[in-house]
Design a protein around this ligand. Structure first.
Ligand SMILES: [Cu+2]
Length: 690
């Protein structure tokens, strides 16, 4: 029902598009150094999970619930608090537990780069970016200079030992000066991963992906149309109560760029995706008694648009525009052994964000530059009535259902975000930076509309059941950060310190909803389980602060050392507790030898213990550890590159604090124990380009 407004937004864009044009000028790129771009083509990451690449950027990390389910974390915030987009398009995962986070729809072999915004995100970049923003750019091929079509291609094959995993990706590009066509296919598969002590079950995975793209350029207009089909099969998520049976998705993206002249540029995008997902608790892990088999069939329909105008002038640029993104979620739970059993978990739960923004990038003389932005977002949410067998048989569940169905679920928020950033170029080698911002995030559909106590929490993986809260307010973060960017002939270093106070931070707290508590206790009595009392999503106050930096030092002609240093602290301000699942302090040191056509490196990754854990979420502490990784790459010919390496060379047994707890029966890892990291992993990759 909210969908009408999205279509209206799209129609408006189409109506106001100008239909004239003249000469083509080069694209202006502004030199604000507030992103970390990871060039995928030069990165050697064998993991099927693109999110693992985030660990190469300062401040970033990954909450992992399985081999394909990396959820981005940035400076202690994660999940929906981080705006993630693929070529500018957003998507909301189909899985109520984020088994398919947005980053999982990117294929490493078809990506060009992964861009991580450092600190405060410009208002033009994303709608809701309280915790950061990530944009992935895929390779579309390039227009050529002549009329004749040229064919190009890129084939990548990789294999790894820890899970007998492999990935094969082929991309073909045909293009001339006006048209470009891309065809790509990827297949990957892996078994359960090993560690020093056994096997992590279930961590097998299988996925196929098909992409087709077409680009057209005439004069100063460029149009790009892309379609992707994702087909994930049986894949484990040992940190969650169920595993993936399938994730099937159609993804569409239409981008249009119009450079009216060298000073004015218009970018339009229309995009959507239909994602279908099923998971269950019996086919990849030891099944419970037949009456407790559960199968969850879920979907999300996503639709979005963005129109942005960029006006360059002698002293900077104006960026303004509007955007909309809406998603609709359904989730149904049943038991294949019992046709009577059903739970309508989410029924057309809708969340739509309409935004309008204005941003100014300004150079004040030769020393000072700044960025100033304002964005207004209107968030509209609604959900249909729910029901389920428990509500027909158990009075507390009946009360929860009736309260939910009788409540006003049509909720709107009006959020204003503000950004001000300034750079002071003190010398040729150093630049100081300061930024302040106010950023909002409205609640997710799970946080508002989860009516029956369940673990549908966008992948928190804390083993707690939750109910949503129709009275939640949006989170408001007030952030400040300072930094230095220093770069001379041999040393580059970019430290940042940051502080963020979050009013109305959304956090599960012990439920005061009596029927929810009663329901969980009755379930425990019926099933002989000892599930903790439920939590309810509530507004609390929180603060996050810390420090991060990356650095590179050219030791000698061929020798280079580089590294990362990250520290973040997240705590509640309304009570004496810590925030949940915060990355421990960590550092990476890498020594590289870089010759003309080959390079080799050794890397040491050190994680401190994490003792600052959330009591509310029953979070376990984690010990510190260190890992050693080796890698080498050889450009054998201009077309052929070979690479190989070993991760966790010493086969160290360790536990990643962000890795979750084991939820599946496994003789090697107790239930409830924190999941171990993967053991020693030898890998190799071949890239052939023509
Ligand atoms: Cu799922």
């Amino acid at each position: 029902m909210l969908r009408g407004k999205l279509y209206l937004g799209i129609a408006t864009i189409l109506a106001i598009l100008p239909a004239h044009g003249d000469h083509l000028e080069e694209v202006l790129v502004t030199g604000y150094h507030d992103t970390r771009t990871i060039d995928i083509t030069s990165e050697l990451v064998i993991s099927p999970d693109v999110a693992q690449l985030l660990k190469k950027a300062p401040g970033a990390n990954v909450n992992s619930n399985g081999p394909l389910t990396g959820i981005p974390q940035y400076r202690g915030m994660f999940g929906a608090r981080i705006a993630t987009s693929l070529d500018g398009s957003q998507l909301a995962p189909s899985g109520p537990n984020w088994m398919d986070p947005p980053l999982s729809y990117a294929v490493s072999g078809q990506l060009e780069s992964l861009e991580i915004y450092r600190g405060i995100v410009p208002v033009s970049v994303a709608q809701e970016s309280i915790g950061g923003a990530i944009d992935m750019k895929s390779n579309h091929g390039s227009f050529t200079k002549g009329k004749d079509f040229e064919l190009a291609g890129r084939m990548i094959g990789s294999a790894q030992s820890v899970n007998d995993g492999y990935q094969l990706n082929t991309s073909l590009y045909a293009s001339n000066d006006q048209h470009r066509v891309k065809l790509a296919a990827m297949t990957e598969d892996g078994s359960n991963a090993e560690f020093d002590g056994g096997t992590i079950k279930p961590t097998k995975y299988e996925r196929q992906r098909y992409d087709i793209g077409y680009g057209f350029r005439t004069g100063n207009h460029t149009i790009q149309l892309d379609y992707g089909y994702n087909d994930t099969g049986d894949s484990g998520t040992p940190a969650l109560p169920m595993d993936i049976e399938y994730i099937e998705g159609d993804l569409y993206n239409l981008e249009y760029n119009y450079e009216i002249d060298s000073d004015i540029e218009i970018d339009v995008s229309l995009y959507g995706s239909d994602l279908d997902h099923r998971m269950d608790n019996y086919h990849l892990r030891k099944a419970p008694p037949v009456d407790r088999w559960r199968r969850n069939t879920a979907s999300s329909d996503n639709l979005g648009f963005k129109l942005q105008t960029t006006l360059h002038d002698g002293r900077g640029a104006w960026l303004f525009g509007f955007d909309g993104f809406g998603s609709e979620h359904d989730s149904d739970i049943d038991n294949p052994n019992n046709p009577m059993f059903f739970v309508k978990n989410f029924n057309s739960a809708e969340r739509e964000v309409f935004g309008i923004f204005l941003e100014r990038r300004q150079d004040f003389g030769e020393h000072w530059s700044g960025e100033f932005g304002i964005r207004y977002n209107r968030v509209e949410m609604d959900a249909n009535e729910v029901d389920g067998t428990p509500a027909m048989m158990m009075p507390p569940a009946q009360m929860l259902r009736d309260t939910f169905n009788n409540a006003d679920r049509d909720i709107d928020d009006n959020n204003v975000d503000l950004v001000a950033k300034a750079w002071y170029k003190a010398s040729e080698t150093s630049s100081w930076y300061a930024g302040v911002a106010q950023k909002h995030r409205s609640p997710s559909y799970q946080e508002r509309y989860l009516w029956l106590p369940l673990e549908a929490t966008a992948g928190l993986a804390d083993g707690r059941v939750y109910t949503g809260n129709l009275n939640l307010d949006p989170e408001v973060s007030r952030q400040i950060e300072f930094g230095l960017d220093y770069s001379n002939n041999t040393l580059t270093i970019s430290p940042r310190i940051f502080y963020s106070y979050v009013d109305d931070y959304i956090q599960g707290t012990p439920s005061e909803v009596a029927p929810a508590v009663m329901f969980v206790r009755m379930m425990n009595a019926m099933n002989g389980t000892n599930m903790p009392d439920p939590l309810q999503f509530n507004n609390v106050d929180a603060e996050l602060y810390g420090f991060d930096m990356d650095w590179t030092w050219q030791l000698a002609d061929f020798w280079q050392v580089s590294g990362l240093l990250n520290y973040v602290r997240g705590k509640r301000d309304d009570t004496n507790d810590n925030l949940y699942r915060i990355a421990p302090a960590n550092a990476t040191f890498r020594l590289n030898y870089i010759a003309a056509n080959w390079n080799a490196g050794v890397e040491s990754v050190l994680y401190a213990k994490q003792n600052d854990v959330s009591k509310t979420n029953g979070e376990q502490k984690t010990s510190g550890y260190g890992l050693v990784n080796l890698s080498a790459a050889w450009q054998a010919t201009s077309q052929l590159q070979l690479a190989a390496g070993v991760d966790n060379l010493l086969d160290k047994k360790y536990r990643d604090h962000l890795g979750g707890y084991n939820r599946a029966a496994n003789s090697d890892i107790a239930r409830g124990e924190r999941l171990p990291g993967y053991g020693a992993n030898a890998f190799a990759r071949v890239v052939y380009e023509f």
